[in-house]
Design a protein around this ligand. Structure first.
Ligand code: NAP
Length: 218
């Protein structure tokens, strides 16, 4: 663990509840920022660590900006929030970005007493059975599945029924959080850039400038 990463983990010395915001952030947008802020407040978290994936195991279509661009955009977008941090844990690791390796790493830094909440999109969590070491991930962290209103919640309930012995256990491990701002999506933003349509107000102003300055998603 390098000095910068160490500072993140020490930043809130007495942290007891830590949010891990996992995503490709291609690019980060206001839906992600509202999601993290909402999780912080609803789940009484001490901090949220954004972890951009380096090499997502499930993505092969080539429309992904470089990991350094996605990382820098995430740092820029979160810089003004004292409770938000950005980790290079997946970027610094060689090979595919498996969530199990990230959660194991954070568990070893924070110890057994701290509650870890892995926050990501509900559609991503629906695929958790295909992730590496599903059972171990679930034993190490709780999950916050962020959805937009109108999302078919039955799919998450079906997943819980498959993963857990009873409803109570499932309800204590996977939480659904509705975030109206998640009507914004990275796919739409990339399409807009490609089609020369505006992305103002969908992403922080600095991110809009970054995308143009570095010629991303053209
Ligand atoms: P994705 O499949 O690109 O995204 C699925 C949906 O979730 C999209 O609508 C996406 O919206 C949304 N989303 C993604 N991250 C979000 C976040 N933090 N908050 C709110 N909404 C979010 O998913 P992904 O971004 O590649 O992966 C999500 C996380 O799951 C990452 O941490 C990844 O490493 C992990 N994962 C692990 C494995 C594994 O270990 N084998 C496999 C797959 C995913 P946007 O496109 O607008 O972001």
């Amino acid at each position: 663990m390098d000095k910068y990463e160490n500072n993140i983990y020490k930043a809130k010395g007495k942290a007891r509840r830590v949010g891990i915001m996992g995503g490709t952030f291609n690019p980060i947008h206001h839906g992600h920022l509202v999601t993290a802020q909402e999780a912080l407040s609803q789940f009484n978290l001490d901090l949220v660590i954004f972890i951009p994936t380096a090499d997502p195991p499930h993505k092969t279509d080539g429309s992904i900006a470089s990991m350094e661009d996605r990382y820098l955009m995430t740092v820029i977008a979160t810089a003004s929030n004292n409770d938000f941090f950005v980790s290079r844990i997946e970027i610094n690791r060689k090979g595919k970005s498996y969530t199990i390796d990230t959660v194991r790493g954070l568990r070893s830094v924070y110890g057994k007493e701290v509650s870890l909440y892995f926050i990501t999109g509900a559609d991503a969590i629906l695929e958790i059975l295909t992730w590496k070491n599903t059972e171990e991930i679930i034993s190490l962290a709780k999950f916050i599945a962020a959805t937009r209103p109108g999302y078919n919640l039955a799919k998450i309930e079906d997943l819980k029924a498959k993963l857990f012995k009873n409803k109570r256990e499932g309800d204590d491990k996977i939480f659904i959080m509705e975030v109206p701002a998640l009507a914004i999506s990275s796919t739409d933003i990339r399409n807009r850039v490609r089609q020369k349509r505006p992305i103002d107000y969908l992403v922080p102003e600095e991110i809009s400038h970054y995308i143009i300055k570095h010629g991303l998603y053209k």
